[in-house]
Structure formats: C-alpha cells, structure tokens
Design a protein around this ligand. Structure first.
Ligand SMILES: Nc1nc2c(ncn2[C@@H]2O[C@H](COP(=O)(O)OP(=O)(O)OP(=O)(O)O)[C@@H](O)[C@H]2O)c(=O)[nH]1
Ligand SMILES: [Mg+2]
Length: 285
C-alpha cells in the first residue's frame, strides 16, 4: 500500500497561498520570499535592503525561525514592523503561518513584505506562500558546489544573490563555475554578487527589486482598472475613454530610483561579473 501525504499537504497549502496572493493584490503589496541556509545572511540582506528602499516603500518583514525572536527584534530595532513566526521544529514556512502574520500587519499601509524563510536549502522549496518571487541567497563560505547539490532551491528562485563577496579571498570559491551552474539550472535568474554588510554590489540588487515592485504596482493597477470597467450596456457610452493603464515596464534605472547609496558601484567588485553572472534589472512578473 502506498500513501502519498505530500500532495494533499501541498494542495491545501496552495489553496491558502491563493488567499495570501489575493490579499497582496488587493493592497498592492509586493511579497518577496527569501531562502538560504542558516547564517547565509538573510537578515543582514533584509536590513541592507530596508536601508536602501525604506524612503521609497513602506516595508514590513515576516521572520521565520525554529525558535527565538532574535531576527524580528533586529528588524524592529531598525524601526520596521516585524512579525516573528516560530515553527517549533518545522524547517520551512507554510501559507497558513503567513496568513496569521498578515492578520497583525497593517496591510493598507504597506508596499512590500519581505519573508525570511527558515534557514534550509531543501524544505522551503515546495511551499508556495503566495509570493511574487522567491530569491535564493548563497554565501561564499558555503562553497560554489551548492547549486549542483541542492538544485531545487536554485531552480525555484527568480533571482540568486551571492552574499559575503568580501570573503572571496579567504575561500576557494570558483565564481565562474558557480555562474555556469546557476545558468544551467535556471537560465532566467539574474545573479547578484554582493556583500550585505559592506553594501558592495547592493545597488544592482535593490534596483532589480525596485523594478519588480514597480511591475507589480503597474499590473495591480491594470487589473483594478479592468475590474472597475462598466459592464456592457445597451445604451452607447458617451463618456471619455479611460486613461490607458500604465505600461508594464520598469522605471528607467536613472532618475526614478532612490538616491545612490554611499556603497561603491557594482563595477568595483573584486571580480568583474560578466553575463550570465549579472543581468540588467528586468520586469519579469
Ligand atoms: N563578512 C560578511 N559577513 C556577513 C555578510 N552578511 C552577513 N554576514 C554575517 O553572517 C552572520 C549571519 O548573518 P545573518 O544575516 O544573521 O544570517 P541569516 O541567514 O539571517 O541567519 P539565520 O536567520 O540564523 O538563518 C552574521 O555574523 C553576519 O554579520 C557579508 O556580506 N559579509
Ligand atoms: Mg536571520
């Protein structure tokens, strides 16, 4: 006899995730799910991202950990709303947990929610949380072979961050091999080499994220305008044509972004990322 418990669990999760997606759509909130192993720098990247984008977007964070309030406290100390979920041993977040966190967040006054998933390279892969994108963070000390050993988590990611590049000299990390392996597994995913703690390379990541948020906002506005369109009527409509919906393109990277941070530009990295290692921000929603 064969009992498959995975499918019903994932089906139920997907139904709840659809609720999350709908709430995010209604409130025009961009949802980002960050995946990585323990200590790869998820919280550090969230704090650096908040510092870069907080004057442009209203941000909240949902922290997933087996235990403790440590990460949520760090976010709150930065003046950003944070909800800590303790899974009590479960190695990933599930949609039912995120729904409870949404209940205590002020959704009408948010533009982006960043979810820090439980540190794990396997468990979170299959669980859809209603997010707009999953992003995967690998850090240099973990080694360049991780994409080949844990392919699933790199394949579900819309973007891949290589964190802790300030430590490249201390490890035998083969960035060229890493780039090739990511490209084989997930050719569409841009890769952002950066250091969350020194902010080196951070601009390319935040510009990509900014473009993704703009895409979502434009798409939500388009859906809203269609939803509000009057039903067809027998009397001719003499009212002026509605303004066209905003185009589904990202803002140009000049002018519309937040003022440049004090971090050095990506081109000053210790190694020079070349395609497919780095791709221009794109609107891929
Ligand atoms: N050198 C260096 N250290 C970093 C960088 N990013 C994070 N760290 C350090 O790595 C350690 C772990 O960082 P966290 O941001 O807590 O990692 P995390 O993935 O959130 O960890 P968990 O939530 O415990 O899974 C901390 O000591 C950070 O200061 C980086 O870019 N360079
Ligand atoms: Mg953390």
């Amino acid at each position: 006899m064969y009992i498959n418990i995975q499918k019903p669990i994932l089906d139920q999760n997907d139904r709840l995730a659809a609720d999350i997606k709908e709430q995010a759509r209604v409130h025009h909130i961009y949802l980002l799910d960050l995946l990585a192993s323990p200590g790869a720098g998820k919280t550090s990247l969230i704090l650096a991202t908040i510092a870069a984008l907080r004057h442009r977007y209203r941000i909240a964070v949902i922290e997933g950990d087996i235990a403790s309030q440590v990460d949520a406290q760090k976010i709150k100390d930065a003046g950003i709303p944070a909800v800590q979920i303790n899974t009590g041993g479960i190695c990933h977040l599930e949609a039912r947990m995120i729904l409870r966190a949404l209940d205590v967040l002020d959704l009408p006054n948010l533009d982006m929610i960043i979810i820090e998933n439980v540190g794990n390279l396997v468990c979170p892969t299959d669980f859809y949380l209603g997010e707009d994108a999953k992003a995967m963070i690998l850090s240099v000390p973990e080694g360049h072979d991780k994409p080949l050993k844990y392919p699933g988590v790199f394949q579900v990611a819309r973007a891949v961050v290589l964190n802790k590049i300030d430590t490249l000299n201390a490890f035998d990390f083969d960035e060229r091999q890493f780039a090739e392996d990511i490209h084989q597994l997930n050719p569409q995913a841009p890769v952002f080499p950066l250091s969350a703690t020194t902010a080196r390379g951070l601009d390319a990541w935040t510009q990509w994220l900014d473009a993704q948020i703009q895409c979502k906002t434009s798409a939500s506005a388009l859906v809203d305008s269609q939803t509000r369109a009057p039903a067809s009527s027998t009397t001719p409509d003499t009212s002026p044509a509605p303004a066209p919906a905003p185009p589904l393109v990202p803002p140009s990277s000049s002018g519309s972004l937040a003022p440049a941070s004090s971090s050095p530009p990506a081109s000053s990295l210790a190694f020079v990322p070349t395609p497919p290692f780095y791709k221009e921000p794109s609107c891929s929603l």
